[in-house]
Design a binder for this molecule. Sequence first.
Ligand code: ADP
Length: 513
Amino acid sequence: MNNPNYVLGVDIGTTSTKVVLFTDKGEVVRQDSGNYPLYCPTPGAAEQDPEEIFSEVITTINQVLTDCPLSNLLCISFATAMHTLIAVDEEGELLTNSITWADNRGAPWAEKIKAEHNGKEIYQRTGTPIHGMSPFVKLVWLRHEKPEIFQQAAKFISIKEYIFQRFFSEYVVDYALAATTGLFNSKTLTWDQEALAVAGITEEKLSRVVPPTEIFQPIHSGFAEAMGIAPEIPVVIGASDGVLSNLGVGAISRGMVAVTVGTSGALRMMVDKPKMDAQQRLFCYPLLTDKWVVGGAVNNGGIALSWVREQLAANEATTAKLLQKGAYELLNNIAETTPAGAEGLIFHPYLAGERSPLWDGNARASFFGLSLRHTKAHLIRAVLEGVVYNLYLVFQALEDVVGKGDTILASGGFAKSSIWRQILADVFNREITVPTMHESTSFGAAILGLYALGRISSLDVVTDLVSHSDIYQPIPENVSVYERIMPLYSSLLTKFQAEYAAIARIQEETASQ
Ligand code: ADP
């Protein structure tokens, strides 16, 4: 029997780098991950040290490849977190940390760009919502609030560009990741001159743009040695983690919707042409010249259940330990004792403000409809349902913009919960499928790597390589309950939205007294 060939998928995320060695048939051989801290030294800041990430990437790749049959390693391919911004000087020295998507300091500038700098038109070309997370907005913030750094900067790059510069001594970026900067025309795949002018920079301050399939070699020998690879191994630049996660769960045809919910969440569909949302609720990013991903990212995913666990369920967490169960598992069991709709209790899950579909940093969570008959079990169920109601609003926006979604692929931490998966099936009134592959983003990177090398002729082969563990059908009685609740959820939301700014103001003023 021939030895299999291998591909290494590397997913550089916000909390960790995950490295997975796959066979070229998509089987996981080995995997490991390495964490790094997020620094929040001042209000709104959320930064990481690029050197800490770089060294964790090297170490984790080395850990996965130690004692592996390296002679058949075909390539390394990268997925990276979106929306990071790093300023470097002429010598390549860091002027800032990596300012992550979660950094909120630029938020007030987003409003200004929308109101005074043609933000709507710019979004229609870039596909990146004008929001504090976007490097475009962060640049405007840097220009006005940190002019000494802005003026000294020779380049503005992302974490992937930083890593590739270290490997190959060149500033390069794939167009899939460039598209998440808010400075890039997602339709023409070139930098957007109007966005650059608003940011106050020219193209020289940005990296050379290449396709996600571009191959780089050789890696500087010192780094190759540290990772335990031969310097001439092809390195595929890859794409953003968002589009590669869609590829990795096999959601690549029209009508297939990937719903990924970890701490936060996202809903995405792949289409063959760029589609912008006239109401600016969704993003639109390219993967290749015939594949774009349209979707919405929500802040309030699993974080809502983790809030319940920490704030409302200390006793349950202790009981779970005694029962040798996970705390989430016990919370799921408790929620299962109540019926669909939580007997009239509705939770709006906006504990962390919200991106899609509201784009309102002031949004707040609330329970509506509480009565004496409600128990903690109802509260837990309402929280699970509220997260899904919000996802459903994003789903409706997605269907408005790109057309019907028939197949839902659920992944991320929430997909471990059978009650949450059933609620998803019932609120969406669609069949839900759960892919078995957990590291779907690294898998997407590996598939793109095989495509870049010409080992597969189309990305479509991914559908043969992804296996599914569970299928959930909507339960008709639950569907009809949720069909009655959804309009109420939306009309309450409209009323609450009118007051979110007021409660935020009261909170700010009382905190500063
Ligand atoms: P991250 O987004 O940080 O990578 P995960 O994808 O592991 O994390 O998702 C973590 C979230 O998934 C938790 O906040 C929790 O809400 C949810 N979760 C994890 N396990 C379960 C479970 N067994 N039941 C319900 N929810 C779960």
